[in-house]
Design a protein around this ligand. Sequence first.
Ligand code: ZN
Length: 128
Amino acid sequence: MESFSVSTRRRTDFVDITRQVEAAVSALGLREGVVTVFIPHTTAGITINEHADPDVMADVETALERLVPWRGDYAHAEGNAAAHVKASLLGSSVRVLVSGGRLRLGTWQGIFLCEFDGPRTRTVWVSS
Ligand code: ZN
C-alpha cells in the first residue's frame, strides 16, 4: 500500500490528487488492474469529477452547502455534523482502472480529495 498527505486550505476544499495517485500507482509497480483510493477520515471524502473547469467543483460545493448547511438541527455535539453528512454523501473511496501503468480516467476526469472540516492535513491510502 502507498499513502500520501494532503494539506487543505479551507473548511470546504476540493484538492485535485490525480497526480499523487498516479505517483502512488507507479510506486506500487501496478501495470494492469484496479487501484482503490481510500481516505481514512470521517469528515472528508473522495470523488471523481471534472478537473478541467474549476467552476464544476465550485458548483458541487454550492449544491452540497444548499443540501447540508453548516448550521442546522443536528445531534452530533462536536459541531461538525454537516461535514460528516457530506463525507457520507460523497463516500470514502473510489476505484480506478489501471492500464499500461496509467490511470484510465476519462478526458475530463480528475480525482478529488473533498475536505469538509478543514483546514487540516489528510491522509490518502492507495492500494491495488
Ligand atoms: Zn464530528
